[in-house]
Design a protein. Sequence first.
Length: 156
Amino acid sequence: MLATGQTRRGHQAEPDPDATDFWWNVYFATDDCDAAAARARDTGGSIITGPMDVLDQGRTAIIKDTTGAQYGLWQAGAHIGCEIVNEPNALLRNDLVTAESGPARDFYVAVFGYTLDANPDMPELDFTFLRRPDGHEIGGIAGDPKATKWRSRGRR
């Protein structure tokens, strides 16, 4: 979806005609899609599709982590991904909500080199911030015994 000529988020039709559950697929930027997919596989995840080229736009793969949560990898080509985030009507954050928060934390640290920070404002919650190696917060992991999926949040 474009706003002011810049990409805020993308979407496409569900390829499975029998699908009954729908979601936003979260994509993590990577400089090397093939290497990130291999790290995910070697850490216990599954490669669902790819890695593959998307014309000149970039390279992608769809992965399931060790908890069964699905996400995508994106190595930018002509299309870099979301150009507008953290402002009204744009993507704010992505949080993995899972019954297996400990193994999920270990997986994302191993695959992406993310750092983990507990939420000091709510120490009673099973929630950890995910940060890129440069310290930028990209989302979090929350423990919930009834869920395993990535949830995207926007800002209004």
